[in-house]
Structures are given as C-alpha cells and as structure tokens.
Design a protein around this ligand. Sequence first.
Ligand SMILES: Nc1ncnc2c1ncn2[C@@H]1O[C@H](COP(=O)(O)OP(=O)(O)OP(=O)(O)O)[C@@H](O)[C@H]1O
Length: 258
Amino acid sequence: MALLEVNDISVRFGGIVALSDVTFDIEEGSICGLIGPNGAGKTTMFNVISRIYDPTTGSIRFNGGDLVGGSSDVAPHLISQVGIFRTFQNLALWDRMSVIENVMAGAHVRSKGNFFSSMLNIGRKKEEAELASQAFTILADLDLAGVAFQQCAGLPYGTLKRIELARALMGNPKLLMLDEPATGLTHSEVDELSLVIQKIRTDYDLTILLVEHHMGLVMSISEKVVVLDFGKKIAQGLPSEVQENPAVIEAYLGAPAS
Ligand SMILES: Nc1ncnc2c1ncn2[C@@H]1O[C@H](COP(=O)(O)OP(=O)(O)OP(=O)(O)O)[C@@H](O)[C@H]1O
C-alpha cells in the first residue's frame, strides 16, 4: 500500500516552473530516493509535501487521507501530528543544550498537556521523566548513549546529524524526509549513516523519502528512485534501472549517453 501519493504536482514561482506535473508514490515501509541535478525541483517537492509551499496544481494523499489539493487538507502546522517529519540540509540543533535535551525537544509536537496544566506544573515531572527515558532509548538505538549528557557544541558533524535523526524519531514519524543527510560527511560517516537509516526504518516502522546528491548512498539503500530534471519526472524505478536510464545519464552529464 502506498503511504504517500503525489499526483500531478506543479509549482510555479512567477515565471519559473519549479515542478511540472510530477506524480509518484512511496510504498509504506520503503525507502524512496529523490534525485536530480541542481535546480531539478527536489527541495520544492520536499517543501510541498511538508506543507511549506502550496502547489499551483495537483494533490497529495498521505496515509489514506488528503494532505493537500483535496477536500480536507492537513493544515501546515499539523503536519507533524499526522506523522510527517523532516530534517534540514543545515543542522538545527541548540549548541548549548545537551544532546538529550535536544532530542526531547522533538516530542513537543505530540505533547498532550494544555496551557493551564503546564502553568500549574501538573503532571510535568512525570511527563518529563517519560520523555527523557524515551529519548535515552532512541539515543542508545543510534549508538549515541555515550554523548547523551554532553553539549552539542563541539561534537563531530556526523554525530550531530545522527542526533537530528534521533530528535525526529521522538515525534513518532510515519514518513521521515531526509534532506541531503550525507552532505559534509566523511566516507566512514556516510557508511554509518547508511546503516543507521536502514536500522531505524526497520525498528521504527518508517517510510523514508531521501533527497541526496551522494549517489552511492541513494543507490545502496533505496528500493525505488525518482529522478527529476528541470521540474519534470524523467525516470523512476529500481536503482539498477535508473542508473542505466539514458535520460538520467544525459541529465547528469549534460550530453546524450552513447
Ligand atoms: N522560493 C523560490 N522562488 C523562486 N524560485 C524558486 C524558489 N525556490 C526554488 N526556486 C527555483 O525552482 C527551481 C527548483 O529549485 P529547487 O531548489 O527545488 O531545486 P533542487 O533540485 O532542490 O536543487 P539543489 O539540488 O540545488 O538543492 C530552481 O530553478 C529554483 O531557482
């Protein structure tokens, strides 16, 4: 069953066509790579799925309901409550806070407390203790228990990237969208990231959409790859099929494949 169905999405910025009638779906539990040369429309697609941009035309369904372009769309501020989370190209962690505090902050989207109970501190200590325990479990799963109580400032970049993943997991995502997670990582950090992504997909029942320029990573962990070029979908399929596709080779090399 498809968890995410993207139907004929177009986005125009004035005269620029960033996406043109793009359609694809992502099977529940799978990893889908979204690739394409610079300016192909990958980030725009991410922003449409995460409800930052409204599409000019088209619709998206998520988990059997309307996400955008339907009759009962999800409001942009409720996107995480339906189970859609993303990481960003640039790190968005608080340097001066501890790792575990950063990870616990990922749970605020599903906080059940109301304004008055939080003012009176009702149930807060118990809730905080439960969150800390959950955060520690996630950190241990990602091999980060050893840095849980350190400040983020000064930790290696690859570790910080994994802390961002841990924070996203605190929200109980169904769909996790990763925006160029391998950028800036060393070879060995990319290998670690690859293992971590595959582990959390299984352990946390995730469906993953991966935008990435690191072809080795995309091709080794995706079940399906969707290729954009100049806002249009030019190919989709198994990694092995996409790598052999002449239109894809031409898009990347700028010349017909011969
Ligand atoms: N807010 C915006 N206003 C105007 N044009 C935009 C905006 N966002 C994106 N574009 C344009 O839309 C097109 C697609 O850009 P997008 O950032 O989605 O590509 P991308 O595939 O993510 O590229 P990269 O790999 O370089 O990040 C580009 O021509 C870009 O200049």
